[in-house]
Structure formats: structure tokens, C-alpha cells
Write a protein that binds this ligand. Structure first.
Ligand code: TMP
Length: 204
């Protein structure tokens, strides 16, 4: 049995993550590899309730950070760790990199506070692989205009989205072993070929 992977997907709102989630699902399904798709904030009953608050209620940035980690704690304890322990690969649409990008980068929460919460909640758990879907903000904002009702993050000013993008690119530079930056302006098929190549390499 392959060692299960913990894979996370990140990017600014409107980067095209959702399109590729279905491709990743198909990748695992067609190979008969056990996998579990989940998301943050959310992924558990409690987490989904917190998600509604987090995406739609205005709140202090540190409060928001701690609620993100409360949802994450429940997610890790009841879903992520048990699945990995059963040999099931977990693919999460966002994880802690989003907290560094949005709450530290976007909202100015001290990254050291996030480090503390991370070590408390995650202990030694870290993603094995992170796909960062990267697009210039002019494009991501344009794409958001075509979507359903926007949440509070999606409604932020272009400068907020730019800060998030920069924060993600900084994270990718700091953790080059774990991050794979995918150019979201490329054709969908080209991005999917790249994802396939990376997954093939990781899964052997
Ligand atoms: P999404 O599921 O459509 O990507 O929306 C989740 C939103 O929540 C997105 O705007 C990013 C935001 N978010 C944070 O601000 N911090 C976090 O830690 C996470 C997981 C998400």
C-alpha cells in the first residue's frame, strides 16, 4: 500500500481551484486509490457551521484566526488524522497556508500568533504536497464577477487580493519542497497535465 498523502489546494479567490478539484478526484478514482476530498473552513458538521460565520460575519481578525483554527482542530481530529491512519489520502481545499495568506497577509494578524496556534492544533501534521493556483488579481477578480453571491473575502478590495497573492507566493518560496505553483492563466488541459505529472511522481 502507498503511504497516504495529505494534499492541500490553495490560491486567491477566483484562481480556478474548483475546476481542478474534479480532475484530482477523477485522478484518484480512476486509479482505484483511496482518497477523501474535504475543505476548510469546514469539512465537519461543526466546521461547516463555523464556515457560515467565518465567510459571512464581520469580526475581529484575531477572533477570525482562532475560529479558523477551531474548525481546523475538529477537522484534524475527526477527519484528517483518522483517514490518513486508515491509509486514505486526504485532499483538502485550503488549509493553514490560507490562514497565513489571509489572516496574517491580508488582515495583519501577527504570523507568530498563527505559528503558536498551528503548533498547538497540528503538532507534527503538515501537508505532503500543496498545489498553489496562481493568477494575477485582475484575472481572479474578473472571474469572481461571474460567480454566485460573493462572500466577505471575495468582496474585498483588489489590494487585499494582491496582498493574499503575494503572501502565497512568499510561502511557496519558503517551502519549495512542498509547494507546486500552477500558472492559472494556462489552458485547463495544460494545468491538468502538470497536476498529473506531479501526482504520478509522488505516488510512484
Ligand atoms: P473557498 O472555499 O471558496 O476557497 O472560501 C474559503 C474562504 O475562506 C476564502 O476566501 C479564504 C478564506 N480562508 C481564510 O481566510 N483563512 C483560512 O484559514 C481558510 C482555510 C480560508
Amino acid at each position: 500500500m502507498n503511504k497516504p498523502l495529505f494534499i492541500t489546494l490553495e490560491g486567491v479567490d477566483g484562481a480556478g481551484k474548483t475546476t481542478h478539484i474534479h480532475f484530482i478526484e477523477d485522478y484518484f478514482r480512476t486509479r482505484g486509490l483511496p482518497f477523501y476530498m474535504t475543505r476548510e473552513p469546514g469539512g465537519t458538521d461543526l466546521g461547516e457551521k463555523l464556515r457560515l460565520l467565518l465567510l459571512h460575519e464581520e469580526m475581529d481578525a484575531l477572533t477570525e484566526t482562532m475560529l479558523m483554527f477551531s474548525a481546523r482542530c475538529e477537522h484534524i481530529q475527526t477527519i484528517i488524522k483518522p483517514k490518513l491512519a486508515q491509509g486514505i489520502t486526504v485532499v483538502s481545499d485550503r488549509f493553514t497556508d490560507a490562514t497565513y495568506a489571509y489572516q496574517a497577509g491580508g488582515k495583519g494578524v501577527d504570523a507568530r500568533s498563527i505559528d503558536v496556534l498551528k503548533s498547538l492544533v497540528q503538532k507534527d501534521l503538515d501537508p505532503d504536497l500543496t498545489f498553489l493556483f496562481d493568477v494575477p488579481v485582475e484575472i481572479s477578480i474578473e472571474r469572481l464577477k461571474d460567480t454566485r453571491t460573493m462572500d466577505k473575502f471575495e468582496r474585498e478590495e483588489p489590494s487585499f487580493h494582491q496582498t493574499i497573492r503575494n503572501a502565497y507566493l512568499d510561502l511557496a518560496q519558503s517551502f519549495p519542497q512542498r509547494f507546486h505553483v500552477l500558472n492559472g492563466t494556462h489552458a485547463i488541459e495544460a494545468i491538468q497535465d502538470e497536476i498529473k505529472l506531479i501526482l504520478d511522481g509522488r505516488l510512484g
